[in-house]
Design a protein around this ligand. Structure first.
Ligand code: SAM
Ligand code: F3S
Length: 444
């Protein structure tokens, strides 16, 4: 019987991508078999996230549970990968001595070798060989009609609150040819949507055939690869929303009608303290320029409330920005001080309850706007990518609209999976839509 591998992923899309690559490496090099049942696993890997304290706490609670399995079966190997591994390093083995290997986001390609190490002290590798990682990734496997393609790693923006530059290293853009090859392989295997991912995809820069390519070039070239029906990118930084990237929304129809552009705050003073290097008005200006080209584009964002020293008036400036932009679904968080970041030592005199209150107010308004957009879609025809069978109802298929909303519709034909279809929106539910197929002639 083959060795069984269980991987639990915490955090962002980059981590999901990394987990898939880790699984592919161990399947290829060690002939391991993936299991979704942790109880039967021989190797258990946690791909961790340290972006907020809560995310990190979850990892230690999970390790406590895994220790019980290891007591029952000491042959199990437990590994911790991802950003907590880099942040904590050998501290992990102090708090959880039963952990066998520790590897960072940039050394996952060495996991097979680390597993061979008998000496626990040697089974720690949290260095940053990013290019080596990209060069060592296995052939991609398409597991869904929508596939992530990492185009860069790390971040050099050093926002004052963020741990990413310390856990993933400075930004490195992946070789363009590797990206195009990966897209071609994924499309051959049935993927029709490509999502360019990275901590800051719009700062991509890489020389290819004597020319410096940027994200807009990657989008343009990818749109000409046969079988690429839809393209998305996430996440991006407002400072790198250059004219070429804004203009590409006008020339590449496959580029989805959605833009995720984290703003964090609507207060210029807070933005400065966050070291974001833009103002609320320059953010408004970017969105205005994108909307000139794509008037119906849906904008989504990330927000942090309760940054040290944020006054009520500054919080209300964020609320005003939400009114002005009318964001669709967004992510919002209470500021979490991360060890080693400049913001973690700023004086913070806002109470926990005040921060929670601000988050509740902000999320309630974002949800209201999002529901309003959903209601407005009722009766419209949406071009959707069918992604699979609905998670809750086996008699429904699930698809994604251009603005990335989940839409379920009555099951007709399994062959629709991976295809773009027109769906009439019949009902808007709290977090998804219900629809019916509009025109299936082209598919049957
Ligand atoms: N590249 C993106 C950008 O331009 O801002 C950020 C990616 S970051 C990994 C994801 C999100 O986590 C951030 O946009 C921010 O809202 C949130 N985040 C990061 N550090 C945080 C902290 N210390 N406390 C609360 N939220 C945080
Ligand atoms: Fe973090 Fe700012 Fe980079 S939020 S990932 S340091 S753009």
């Amino acid at each position: 019987m083959g060795t069984k591998l269980y991987i639990k992923t915490f955090g962002c899309q980059m981590n999901e991508y990394d987990s898939q690559k880790t699984a592919e490496i161990l399947q290829n090099k060690k002939d391991m078999e993936i299991t979704t049942n942790v109880e039967e696993a021989d190797i258990i890997l946690l791909n961790t996230c340290s972006i907020r304290e809560k995310a990190e706490d979850k990892v230690y609670s999970e390790l406590g549970r895994l220790n019980k399995l290891k007591i029952k079966n000491p042959n199990i190997k437990i590994g911790v990968g991802g950003c907590v591994a880099t942040q904590e390093g050998s501290n992990i083995t102090k708090r959880a001595p039963y952990v066998d290997l520790i590897y960072g986001p940039q050394t996952l390609h060495r996991v097979a070798d680390l597993l061979d190490e008998d000496n626990k002290l040697k089974a720690i590798d949290i260095t940053f060989p990013i290019e080596e990682k990209f060069d060592s990734l296995p052939e991609p496997t398409a597991t869904s009609p929508s596939s992530f393609v990492a185009i860069m790693e790390g971040c050099s923006k050093y926002c004052s609150f963020c741990v990413v530059p310390y856990t993933r290293g400075d930004e490195v853009s992946r070789k363009a040819q590797q990206i195009f090859d990966e897209i071609a392989r994924l499309v051959e295997q049935g993927s029709s949507e490509i999502v360019f991912i990275g901590q800051n995809v719009n700062s991509y820069k890489q020389v290819h055939d004597g020319r410096t390519l940027r994200l807009s070039d990657l989008i343009d070239i990818a749109s000409n690869i046969n079988g690429v029906e839809r393209i998305r990118f996430t996440t991006s930084h407002p400072l790198d929303m250059t004219d070429d990237l804004i203009e590409i929304f006008g020339s590449v129809p496959q580029l989805a009608n959605q833009l995720h552009l984290p703003v964090q705050s609507g207060s210029d003073r807070v933005l400065k303290a966050m070291k974001r290097n833009y103002t609320a008005d320059s953010y408004r200006d970017i969105i205005e320029r994108v909307k000139k080209i794509r008037p119906t584009i849906k904008v989504t964002s990330d927000f942090i409330v309760g940054f040290p020293g944020e006054t009520h008036a500054e919080f209300m400036q964020t609320m005003q920005l939400i009114e002005d932009i009318q964001f669709d679904s967004s992510f919002s968080f209470i500021f979490s001080p991360r060890p080693g970041t400049p913001a973690s030592i700023l004086q913070d005199d806002i109470s926990k309850s005040e921060k929670k209150e601000r988050l509740n107010i902000l999320q309630a308004r974002l949800n209201e706007i999002q529901r309003g957009f959903g209601q407005k879609m009722v009766g419209s025809i949406q071009r959707c990518l069918v992604t699979g069978i609905s998670k809750k109802r086996l008699d429904q298929l699930q698809a994604r609209t251009e603005c990335n909303r989940v839409i379920n519709f009555p099951f007709q034909n399994i062959g629709f999976i991976g295809k773009l279809v027109d769906i009439k929106v019949e009902e808007a539910l709290a977090y998804s839509l219900l629809g019916t197929l509009h025109n299936t002639k082209e598919l049957v």
